[in-house]
Design a protein around this ligand. Structure first.
Ligand code: AHR
Length: 354
């Protein structure tokens, strides 16, 4: 599988004077004890004032039970609800205290939520950053406070914060690959020819950025597959419906819809039907997630396929935190493998879905 998310910068954090070990004076050095002490004091004060990039990644002490935070982005779709349930269930299983917050779709609130977790003295923070850039202060504040952060499902701007340096790791899917797989499925179904409306996820979020990127990368070698319009539906069903309605009116020649998540795809089905067209015949719809309503739509022939993005993070999140506490070196990206649902298997998966 192509691992396309991280663009690691080459800049290494400068060595913190606190990590430099005892200072050895060469034999010929004429420095007296007083000036040596002054130099040491100077280095110590430098270390105290060290900027966040020069600080070490906070450690997690080994304990039986932890108090951990989970900063959720919003709870307006089945995917988010399934993710929250998985985190809460795992916390209960481990007997760990979970401080849970819901940012209700506001990046500013999510930063405030993380600050409040810091004030409450949690041992570690699981953060699902709503958008790539606005959540950087949350990551950096936790680091400054000595609290390790594990990013869940979405990432932050890799030019501004790095795994293993500013946060422990990112646990999540390969969104670029998801976009490519959606494009490939569409390509096969339409014989390489489609006029596509793209319904983008939340602007500035890593899944919206990367799912658009993967899809675009795939269709660049397929000149008869063209995106004729692209607009954000914010990962929300009703917004997806409204945007699809408008774009279908503006582009009556559209033959396909690529939605960055199932909720918007379900909204798009309603928009297609409202336009007097048949979803799955006149307009081919493909999306990402694998939620129950989408599996039903695939089984009913209204949607072509959905690429899985698994929301059940609980077991992997808590296991990664425990590995980190034991001093294991954590890989920068703990990848969630994704399945693929189309007419061949969607019906069988419904009972097990969310
Ligand atoms: O970050 C993952 C995305 O966020 C899911 O695809 C979407 O449904 C959710 O809101």
């Amino acid at each position: 599988m192509e691992q396309s998310r991280f663009r690691y910068g080459s800049a290494k954090p400068k060595k913190n004077p606190r990590q430099m070990g005892p200072i050895k004076l060469p034999k010929e050095n004429k420095m007296n004890r007083r000036s040596f002490l002054l130099l040491s004091a100077g280095l110590t004060s430098l270390a105290v004032a060290a900027p966040s990039w020069a600080q070490e990644l906070p450690k997690l002490k080994q304990k039986d039970k932890y108090k951990v935070g989970f900063a959720q982005t919003e709870s307006n779709n089945p995917w988010r609800i399934a993710q929250t349930e998985s985190m809460k269930a795992q916390a209960q299983k481990e007997g760990w205290q979970l401080v849970y917050t819901d940012a209700a779709g506001s990046a500013a609130k999510q930063v405030a939520d993380v600050n409040s977790m810091i004030a409450q003295g949690v041992d570690l923070i699981f953060l699902a950053p709503r958008e790539e850039k606005p959540l950087i202060p949350a990551v950096m504040n936790a680091k400054k406070a000595g609290i390790p952060v594990i990013l869940l499902d979405r990432s932050v701007d890799p030019n501004l914060a790095k795994p293993g340096v500013d946060y422990v790791t990112f646990i999540g899917s390969d969104f670029v690959q998801e976009g490519k797989r959606a494009a490939e499925a569409l390509d096969k179904a339409v014989g390489g020819k489609a006029k596509i409306i793209q319904l983008e996820g939340t602007t500035g979020s890593s899944p919206a950025n990367d799912r658009a990127k993967g899809f675009k990368e795939y269709i660049k070698d397929h000149p008869d597959m063209q995106i004729v319009a692209s607009q954000s539906g914010d990962f929300v069903r009703d917004k997806g419906r409204q945007v699809a309605e408008t774009l279908l009116q503006a582009h009556p020649d559209a033959t396909a819809i690529y939605a960055h998540n199932d909720e918007m795809a379900i909204g798009a089905i309603a928009a297609v039907e409202a336009a007097g067209k048949k979803p799955g015949k006149d307009i081919i719809i493909v999306s990402i997630d694998g939620e129950r309503d989408a599996l039903r739509a695939v089984a009913d022939g209204k949607m072509l396929a959905t690429v899985e993005c698994n929301p059940k993070f609980g077991p992997k999140a808590f296991e990664t935190a425990k590995r980190y506490a034991m001093g294991e070196k954590i890989e920068p990206w703990v990848i969630n493998p994704d399945r693929f649902f189309d007419a061949s298997n969607a019906k069988d998966m419904i009972a097990d879905s969310y």
